[in-house]
Ligand binder design. Structure first.
Ligand code: NAD
Length: 253
């Protein structure tokens, strides 16, 4: 599939949205760069600075937990200041218009909820970094509680109920995917007639399998990403431009 120029891409996307009955958006870190949250794989992205801490390292080592929490606190001013961008707002408009039953996201920043999606209608494949959870009993914690304990003790705290480590409510490398979210994402991908992948490099599996799944089940596929992806050849429309520019015209009431 040849990438469209911006003007005809937006026009074609508008026609596809108008013709669709059930639209499922699938978002990655690229939709949130306009909100000031860096992605992983762009130049200057998070991976060029820090090697990710895998789940088993986090469980095995207090040092790894301390380092993970130091990194998270270092990002807090960025996450706390982030507001939905034009991409988030355009998708929230389609949701309010009744065309989007739910959204699948790889993002952990909570911005789809902030833009107006009910929490129940955001299928988070990689969890959420705006709160924490005990990896043993699942008890939820506010980040402010973790920060206060960390500052007082100089170390990441364990769960007050069961003594197991407490981690941001995200899915780390090496950690099992959340079964319920995976199942819901599969159902959504299979039962839409338009699937729009937005701001994902489409290289992290199993998440990267959803566009193909939607296409195999008869949906039309749109990929919006400023860099080429391995799945562009599958798509009915590829828009290789900035997400805010592309989706800005779809921001409604
Ligand atoms: P990625 O970093 O692998 O890919 C992001 C893609 O978006 C890149 O191909 C980049 O070219 C493109 N992009 C960035 N800004 C764009 C813009 N303004 N317009 C158009 N394209 C743009 O991200 P991924 O595919 O989501 O996978 C990485 C994992 O990182 C995710 O699973 C997620 O859990 C995590 N992550 C999340 C956040 C967040 O929640 N905001 C931020 C960083 C990483």
């Amino acid at each position: 599939m040849m990438a469209a120029d911006l003007h005809s891409g937006v026009e074609h996307l508008g026609e596809m949205i108008a013709a669709a009955k059930v639209i499922v958006p699938f978002t990655g870190a690229g939709i949130s760069t306009e909100s000031g949250i860096p992605d992983f794989r762009s130049p200057g992205g998070l991976w060029t600075r820090n090697r990710p801490i895998a789940f088993d390292e986090f469980i095995a080592s207090q040092d790894a937990r301390d380092e993970a929490w130091r990194r998270r606190f270092a990002m807090e001013s960025t996450f706390a200041a982030a507001r939905p961008g034009r991409g988030h707002r355009a998708l929230a408009s389609l949701y309010r218009a009744g065309k989007v039953p739910a959204i699948i996201t790889q993002n952990i920043d909570n911005l789809h909820q902030v833009s107006g999606f009910a929490a129940d209608h955001v299928v988070e494949l990689h969890g959420n970094t705006t709160y924490a959870r005990c990896i043993g009993c699942g008890r939820c914690y506010d980040l402010s509680w973790i920060k206060a304990r960390f500052d007082a003790d100089g170390a990441a705290p364990d769960c007050i109920d069961c003594d197991e480590p407490v981690k941001t409510a995200t899915i780390s490398f090496g950690q099992a995917m959340p079964e319920d979210a995976m199942q819901r994402a599969i159902e959504l991908a299979r039962h839409c007639d338009l699937f729009i992948a937005i701001g994902s490099s489409l290289v992290v599996w199993p998440a990267a399998g959803f566009p193909m799944m939607a296409k195999d089940n008869g949906a039309r596929l749109v990929i919006i990403n400023r860099e080429p992806t391995d799945q562009d050849d599958l798509a009915d429309l590829v828009i290789r431009y900035d997400i805010g520019e592309t989706l800005g015209p779809f921001v409604g009431n």
